[in-house]
Design a protein around this ligand. Sequence first.
Ligand SMILES: [Zn+2]
Length: 258
Amino acid sequence: MKRTESRQRRKNSICALHRAPSELRRSHIVPEFLYKPLYDSKHRLNVLSTGRPPKRHFEQKGIREKLLCDRCEAQFGVYEDYARGVLFGGKEIEVSMANPRGFEFHVDYRKFKLFELSILWRVGVTTTRFFNNIDLGDHAEQLRKILIGEQPGTTDEYGCILIWPVSHRDIVDQLVISMGMTKIEGVPCVRLIMGGICWFYFLSKQAIDPRQSGLFLQEDGSLRIMQGDFGINGYLTNFAKAVYTSNPYFFRKTNDKH
Ligand SMILES: [Zn+2]
């Protein structure tokens, strides 16, 4: 769905997902629980951290938009409850910096994949300015159909690679942001930072090669969050500099809270 069409539908109170006139809710574009980092500064799962979370200066908690009806909102709510349970309800896990593979989970493929896709679709169709550097083109309609049918397709279709950056944690942990789009070997790719991790979505029905699809959520339920930087370091370094220039007290304030 093009953003102009999207605006028009919103104006006419048409649910963006099932496309019928409805009373629209002020829907979250990014689920609320992803506004806090998955792992705390000691690299443990956040859920077990008892300290007060540091104040986050970039928080745009609750980017909302009149987007979905009650029923569609409830449908997404099921995926979100499930994903929150997986990501935040787990046991304490020590992050081994020596382990390049990162964290591994076992999940319900259908629910978790639909969760991933529901976010991708929402950031693509929202008219809020925070995600206007994302253009899904025809994929928006494909994704809408997948979500309507609740059939997530195969591992290769719209695969997502999750990366936990090892550097610039002070920045990453405070962000919910779109890093815009890039192309990886010719495939358009949407890059988001949410929950302290980077989400790389490949807008394609086929992975470029098995090494890549091996990093996506697998149909047997294997979910991996990779550790590393994978080229995002440049983006984060520049971002950190821009933040520091605009607010030189940022880092000091943040550190004081720890
Ligand atoms: Zn609806």
